[in-house]
Design a binder for this molecule. Structure first.
Ligand code: PLP
Length: 280
């Protein structure tokens, strides 16, 4: 197992960064997570486009498309992972003096690693979620390594036995702490629009694509908290969880509390696309 750090391939425990790294001092950096199926990165161009957008938002220079492609190729070659998650993190870099404003142009710190991900082909068991107020900042569209809000919310969810907190702001559902959501009502999908309040999930984008192919109407319109009790189905999406049915939010049973028909259809479509895209 070897990880990448600033041009070197190292054993994970040997990879070290400076205490003056702005990632450590200020969480001044971004990250990206790319799922890999059968050795093939899934929807890679979309993940790299989001990586570029995150870097641009922080005015950190990108190492360039070719660099990222080769990095991921090398990571997978060195780590022999068929089904995996690639993690890439870029911080603004290190400088000798701690100062909120960077004192000069820095060489970004680039770290990348791979972890095995068990791939599944079944319909996941419905999980329980909890509704919590979205306490995060107003640039959730940036995949920032500053995840304090997300972590606090996740811990709160775990304490009440929920898999994931589902977040609301001003009466509308935004997303999960590490996932996007889709609500199903009368056979149609509702999900929050991609503005500054949510991370534009690649899985979310892909599920919208699959739904359109299946002729399921999709509304990029946030669902109201007050309508939750009338939902037919609800599911979360993320690179690591793919399509995760939710059977219950706190005391509210969603539909019959199981995995609904539309969700099941999309789970199968998602699996089929995994098989298809990774076979190319
Ligand atoms: N929203 C947040 C806050 C996330 O952290 C994530 C992923 O971890 C997602 C949504 C889902 O994004 P993706 O489907 O690209 O993994």
């Amino acid at each position: 197992e070897s990880v990448y750090l600033n041009g070197e391939w190292l054993a994970p425990e040997a990879a070290k960064v400076s205490v003056f790294d702005r990632g450590f001092l200020f969480a001044d950096g971004i990250y990206e997570v790319v799922p890999v199926y059968q050795g093939q990165p899934f929807l890679l161009e979309h993940h790299l486009a989001r990586l570029e957008r995150s870097l641009a938002a922080l005015a950190i220079e990108s190492a360039g498309q070719q660099f990222w492609l080769e990095l991921i190729d090398d990571l997978l070659a060195r780590n022999q992972s068929d089904n995996a998650l690639v993690y890439i993190q870029v911080t603004r870099g290190a400088e000798a003096k701690r100062s909120h404003l960077p004192q000069g142009p820095l060489a970004p710190t680039i770290f990348a690693s791979v972890s095995a991900m068990p791939v599944h082909w079944d319909v996941p068991a419905p999980a329980q979620a909890t509704l919590l107020e979205d306490i995060r900042w107003l640039r959730c569209d940036i995949k920032s390594i500053s995840l304090l809000g997300n972590i606090m919310l996740k811990q709160q969810a775990q304490a009440c036995g929920a898999l994931e907190p589902i977040l609301h702001r001003d009466g509308l559902i935004t997303e999960g702490a590490s996932s996007n959501y889709f609500a199903v009502k009368n056979g149609e999908l509702y999900t929050a629009p991609t503005d500054h309040l949510i991370l534009p999930g690649i899985t979310r984008m892909w599920v919208i694509e699959l739904a359109r192919e299946l002729g399921i109407p999709v509304h990029e319109q946030a669902f109201a908290v007050t309508d939750l009790a009338q939902l037919d189905e609800l599911f979360l999406t993320s690179s690591s969880r793919e399509v995760q049915p939710i059977g219950q939010i706190d005391d509210i049973i969603i539909g019959q509390g199981g995995c609904g028909k539309v969700t099941e259809q999309l789970v199968h479509a998602f699996h089929a696309s995994k098989r298809q895209l990774s076979a190319q």
